[in-house]
Design a protein around this ligand. Structure first.
Ligand SMILES: *Cc1c(COP(=O)(O)O)cnc(C)c1O
Length: 412
């Protein structure tokens, strides 16, 4: 396996390490093959908001598996999950499940192009939307980590219609509109960027984006693969009060199994096959195991006070880290939204890709390694989000803060 892994960031190359092989994980904890244990803040890169092997999720998967792992025919759990999503996302009238977030964004863009009969798309530097050819242009996540934002193997023609704007900079979008006004199908964005590290939208930015896309007859696509059910039941669109035309989901809605979904207004979604001409399919889409894990997860998330508790706990950690940074006189930026955050080692406020890239990745790497040897697993890259889960308690947060103090002191 290239790098010993099946997804690049896991390789620890960005922090000059070798990957930790996980043997098992439960709640907030993970154990490796060498007998070390860690408080885990990677959370499978976002999906595990309930923590590892949550009993209700495991029970749901077991129960489903006993009834068959895949049918290639519709089943009730697909309807259950769709209903749970539609209850929370009022912008979605119709939804299609896929097996990954990559497929969701790819299909959403195809649909937007078909609906508007236009070919250009706008994405933002540092946002990651999976690994479709034309979306691997200045993409975040692993692509940023390895300095190959535009991957070889992608013909230039494939990315010619991908226009790049700057996150939190509405003028940069307007400039593209001025040049390509009647050619742009959609603007695709992570409403809270989380793949160049966490970068929240500035006040009014998403609202402005909504207004100018609507005025220009373009679709606004929110890639909520991370933020959907992470910021709250209704995702970033509910938090910021902005309604997109199409929403992409993934990660949390699969409860730790492979999943993705895209949905939106009925008028738009009606173009999708078989009721419309826009082709998109998947052998394992709507898989009963994934649907069951998703239903169990979203059902749990509907319990009262869940997000409040999760966000308060995360803020406790974030504020603790802020105090440590002050005490040690370390210049750094702590960007946090809900239960995710990033500690950027830079004195520059991080509001977009350019400012994120001013971070001292050597310092991050040192911080990461010190934490890891103290039994705390942060993401092995500066440009990723730290995720807290409902399985983390005050005890784990205290242990993390103690380890963080020592880790930061050592790299100072
Ligand atoms: C993870 C992610 C994707 C891709 O999802 P996969 O399931 O890894 O294909 C797309 N968009 C965003 C915002 C993501 O964080």
């Amino acid at each position: 396996m290239p790098g010993g892994v099946n997804s690049p960031v896991r390789s620890f190359r960005a922090v000059e390490g070798t990957p930790v092989f996980i043997k098992k994980a439960k709640g907030a904890w993970a154990w490796d093959e060498d007998g070390n244990k860690y408080i885990d803040y990677v959370a499978s890169w976002g999906p595990l908001i309930l923590g590892h092997a949550h009993p209700e999720v495991v029970r749901a998967i077991k129960k489903a598996a006993e009834k068959g792992t895949s049918y290639g025919a519709p089943c009730e759990k697909e309807v259950d999950l769709a209903n749970l999503i539609l209850k929370s996302f009022l912008s979605i009238d119709m939804i299609r499940m896929t097996s990954s977030g990559t497929e969701a964004t790819m299909s959403a863009v195809r649909l937007a192009r078909a609906y508007t009969k236009r070919d250009f798309i706008v994405k933002f530097e540092g946002c990651y939307h999976g690994h479709a050819d034309y979306l691997l242009v200045k993409a975040g996540s692993g692509a940023t980590t390895f300095g190959t934002p535009s991957s070889p193997g992608v013909p230039r023609e494939f990315t010619e219609r991908t226009l790049l704007a700057k996150y939190n900079n509405i003028q940069s979008v307007e400039n593209l509109f001025a040049k390509h006004r009647n050619e742009i199908a959609c603007v695709l964005i992570e409403p809270v960027a989380a793949n160049m590290g966490v970068v929240p939208p500035k006040k009014g930015f998403l609202q402005d984006l909504r207004k100018i896309t609507e005025d220009a007859g373009m679709l606004l696509i929110f890639d909520e693969v991370i933020t959907g059910f992470r910021l709250g039941l209704g995702g970033a669109q509910k938090t910021y009060g902005v309604t997109p035309d199409i929403t992409c989901l993934g990660k949390i809605i699969g409860g730790g199994l492979p999943v993705g979904a895209y949905g939106g207004k009925k008028e738009i979604m009606s173009l999708v096959a078989p009721i419309g001409p826009v082709y998109q399919a998947g052998t394992l889409s709507g898989n009963p195991l994934a649907m069951s894990a998703g239903v169990a997860t979203l059902t749990k998330l509907r319990e009262k006070g869940i997000y409040k508790r999760l966000n308060e706990l995360t803020q406790f950690l974030v504020e603790g880290l802020r105090e440590i940074l002050e005490k040690l006189h370390i210049e750094a930026q702590l960007n946090s939204v809900g239960s995710m955050f990033t500690l950027f080692f830079t004195d520059c406020e991080v509001v977009d890709y350019e400012s994120a890239l001013t971070s001292n990745t050597k310092m991050y790497s040192g911080f990461f390694k010190n934490l890891l040897s103290a039994g705390i697993m942060f993401p092995p890259s500066q440009f990723e989000a730290v995720f807290a889960s409902l399985a983390h308690t005050e005890k784990e947060i205290d242990m993390t803060l103690k380890a963080a103090y020592n880790a930061l002191k050592k790299i100072k």
